[in-house]
Design a protein around this ligand. Structure first.
Ligand SMILES: Cc1cc2nc3c(=O)[nH]c(=O)nc-3n(C[C@H](O)[C@H](O)[C@H](O)COP(=O)(O)O)c2cc1C
Length: 375
């Protein structure tokens, strides 16, 4: 099928074999189709990517999500003019169904980098509410990503020891072995996530996402590579998500029932002895039972990319496995650079929402072009 677009519509041409010549070559018939602009528009507007969806208290006008991307623009954790300008530019026009913030640290010892955003203090709420107003004014809902870096926290930044599930080196960055969290430490993690979620709600965010991917603390509990605990938080798949269950319950208590709570799961480690797609599906089903409203899929100890794994939706094996086990919406991110690629993943049932990160990072007009012009 070949097509040409014009101001009034588009012409498509299809070649159909009707006869064979004596020499055995097919003789083709050309069929021409003309679609008016309004017919084309309707076809376009039926695209799954354009379909609105409501998740808990949040209505997304389409299925495109800007996933968390650390901007490193904060000043001692606080929102700066540069932070606001960046989110303003990315969300301008309201073409993105859901915007997510970069990972915000929930406690001082959970800070990953010097210019990371903080949600660890009540005094952060004012700056964060300015960030919310900026993105809302552009017409998109905004979710705050909550994170504790665990063994990926830098002692030279925090001035505090790095904590982790077990005293083992983090395979993602080969850091010094962290201090294994004790019972009091676990209680503090739960309280810190809950307090951060309460602040997110106070600041006006539409929801929160708990970060359990890319080798950070909750992922360190989930992954068998970093969780060697001999207590009820370690070794078995059930034990490795026990802390998540406590965090989800405490966050829910802090924000109430009618508030979006998502979880980003680094479902697969892509390393020998690491977490697999099957682990991810089982964990996701548990998170749903705990009351999570959306599961966002990414990689674990491998980070958000895996050498040799490419193409649009390179984590779709993980998301497809999760989708079989949960009924809450599943967000898939990784490698998507075209609207057609996003649409294909939705049509194939690999996910309900598609995250587009680096394409938007490089080109702030990406969403306008893909979601806007073709409407
Ligand atoms: C500069 C940069 C910063 C990122 N920061 C975060 C982050 O704070 N939290 C997170 O969960 N993922 C983070 N990611 C991963 C993205 O959310 C996304 O999963 C990744 O870029 C793959 O999607 P893409 O191929 O559409 O870019 C970051 C990615 C980039 C490129």
């Amino acid at each position: 099928m070949y097509g040409v677009r014009s101001d009034s519509g588009a012409v498509f041409c299809r070649f159909v074999p009707i006869l064979k010549s004596e020499a055995g070559c097919p003789i083709m018939k050309a069929e021409l189709f003309f679609f008016t602009k309004s017919v084309l528009k309707e076809a376009m507007s039926m695209r799954l990517l354009q379909e609105p969806v409501t998740i808990k208290n949040v209505t997304l006008k389409n299925r495109l999500v800007m996933p968390p991307m650390a901007t490193e623009k904060a000043d001692r954790g606080a929102v700066t003019a540069a932070t606001l300008a960046w989110y303003d530019e990315k969300s301008r026009g309201g073409f993105i169904g859901l915007v997510e913030t970069e990972h915000c640290y929930v406690s001082p010892e959970g800070q990953a980098s010097p210019c990371q955003l903080s949600i660890s203090r009540d005094s952060d709420v004012e700056g964060l509410s300015r960030l919310v107003r900026t993105v809302h004014a552009n017409g998109s809902p905004l979710v705050a990503q909550l994170n504790h870096a665990g063994s990926l926290a830098k002692e030279e930044v925090t001035g505090l020891p790095a904590y982790g599930a077990s005293a083992v080196t983090n395979p993602r960055r080969g850091t010094r072995a962290p201090v294994a969290l004790d019972a009091a430490g676990l209680d503090k993690i739960v309280r810190d996530f809950a307090a951060a979620a309460r602040r997110a709600k106070e600041a006006g965010f539409d929801g929160v996402e708990l970060h359990s991917a890319h080798g950070y603390l909750l992922d360190q509990f989930y992954s068998p590579l970093t969780n060697r605990r001999g207590d009820e938080y370690g070794i078995s798949p059930e034990n490795r998500v026990r802390l998540h269950g406590r965090v989800i319950a405490a966050v829910r208590e802090a924000v109430g029932d009618d508030y979006l709570v998502a979880l980003r799961l680094g479902a697969g480690d892509y390393m020998p002895g690491g977490a697999t797609a099957e682990d991810g599906a089982r964990a996701a089903a548990f998170f749903e039972r705990c009351g999570v409203d959306m599961i966002s899929l990414s990689g674990g100890m491998c980070g958000y990319m895996v050498p040799g794994l490419d193409g649009e939706g390179y984590f779709s094996r993980l998301s497809a496995a999760v989708k079989e086990k949960v009924s809450v919406p599943v967000l898939l991110t990784g490698g998507v650079v075209t609207g057609a690629g996003a649409e294909k993943l939705l049509r194939e049932g690999k996910a309900d929402l598609i995250g587009v990160g680096r394409a938007i990072l490089k080109d702030s007009g990406w969403a306008r072009r893909v979601m806007g012009e073709e409407r």
